[in-house]
Ligand binder design. Structure first.
Ligand code: FES
Length: 108
């Protein structure tokens, strides 16, 4: 199943910031890097922390709790104590309007 959620104009997201949005059961951090928007799961893969409250440096966001860095373009954990990636989601931009696209996979 695919979930589409309108985010509004890209320019509503300030470059260098992360914004938390809730869509159904998903908590997602929408991150603007330059002219691009990226979407990653908001919850840190290490423990309970909201990545959107962390500091963003270029395309890396720092978990506010223990300081792990994540690449917002891939979800990859770059530093300890996080060892697992966070989920990433698609952001589609049409005529300056952004939509979050979450593709749910069937449980195995
Ligand atoms: S909760 Fe994010 S690094 Fe520990």
């Amino acid at each position: 199943m695919t979930i589409r959620h309108a985010l509004g104009p890209v320019d509503a997201f300030t470059p260098g910031t992360a914004t938390k949005v809730e869509v159904g059961n998903y908590e997602v951090s929408i991150i603007r890097v330059g002219d691009d928007l990226y979407a990653i799961a908001d919850r840190c893969s290490h423990a309970e922390a909201s990545l959107s409250e962390g500091e963003l440096i270029d395309n890396e966001i720092e978990c506010p709790r223990h300081g792990a860095l994540f690449d917002v373009t891939t979800g990859e954990a770059l530093t300890l104590p996080a060892t697992k990636p966070v989920d990433t989601y698609d952001v589609v931009i049409v005529d300056g309007e952004a939509s979050l696209v979450i593709t749910e996979t069937e449980p195995v």
